[in-house]
Design a protein around this ligand. Sequence first.
Ligand SMILES: Nc1ncnc2c1ncn2[C@@H]1O[C@H](COP(=O)(O)OP(=O)(O)O)[C@@H](O)[C@H]1O
Ligand SMILES: [Mg+2]
Length: 390
Amino acid sequence: MVANAQTPVIECRGLTKVFKDFWLRPRVTAVDGLDLVIEPHQVFGLLGPNGSGKSTTIKMILGLLFPTKGRIAIFGKLPTDVETKARIGYLPEESYLYRFLNARETLDFYGRIFNLPRSERNKRIDMLLEMVGLEGVQRRPVGEYSKGMQRRIGLAQALINDPDLLILDEPTTGLDPLGTRQIKDLILHLKQRGKTVLLCSHLLADVEDVCDRVTVLYGGRIRALGTIEELLSVSDSTQIETERLEPALVAKVRELIEKEHRKVHKVEAPRRKLEALFLEIVQKALSEGAATSGAKTGGAVAEFLAAGAAPAPADEGRQVIAGLVEAAKPAPPPEVSKPEPAAPAADARVLDALTAPKPEAKPASEEKPSPPKAVDRSVIDDLLKKDDPS
Ligand SMILES: Nc1ncnc2c1ncn2[C@@H]1O[C@H](COP(=O)(O)OP(=O)(O)O)[C@@H](O)[C@H]1O
Ligand SMILES: [Mg+2]
């Protein structure tokens, strides 16, 4: 099969995995006749409760486990194909980190596996460490990192080869809401850049926020498959959101609707999400320069991840995952309940705001505060210029 733009990134047919016991008797059917097609540039969510076969499916896709039955093609090739493997980034469920290597050495190690020349490795490592907010703790052995910090370094590791297909197994486990929001923003950014993402999670909100298509597994079988829109839209009711209405006007509207013999189910002031509140609090602490020994917010999306990929509007290209939160910005009162944006474009202004130099903000960081540095756009522009062949 020749790989071309139409070739699905991942295609599984009748994929089955039966784990055998010591005497080779079938013990667990972890994945059971799975048919899955993931097209290029999609963010695909693999959902399901613990033990439903998500990680087993991923390991077979990666060629780490052999299927008992069925076929898999990745970019039209076998999962064991070496060239194919070089195009995949993988964040495993459990971090496989060498405890005694520090963050820099860890990324360097993986950069060498992909035969990246030293200068390219160093450039990518700097960008990735900044992106995941670990540049201030990069000399500490990763064995000392908190779980969330290990997730962050794991994510940087998965991106070092600038993969076309990124496979994330429970990426937000152990991450604070800030890190979670960043991963979600990063996923949207990568999609914009033409990458394909397979995201596996039992955290429903994460999947809902970023995935184009999802499937729900149970007992290794597909229970539901479709776009978020198809799966979640409620076809038998209509929601209208307006600025705040005074009770008299609400009564009028209600009357109008009831006159048409329709039922009004509920009238309420929408609530903002807890995530928005949390991010606003952290944002405030950051701007006050409050101290922390943990991971920093994280910075601009590493520019090399964008290289050669699908064109994106110039400005959005420089998004920052630290971007978090349109909601973290003080919003005018009627806006407070604004639903979360489904599209990446909405991030741009926040990202811009965050990339702008903030003279008054002290680095809210760890043991050795470093001078405020390099998160601003001019540095990235410089790097870009150097790389730009034109
Ligand atoms: N190496 C293994 N040996 C035996 N059983 C396994 C192995 N890996 C996974 N399983 C079993 O397969 C099922 C699916 O596991 P897994 O794919 O890890 O689920 P999920 O990632 O959805 O939580 C579970 O019942 C699990 O116990
Ligand atoms: Mg799992």
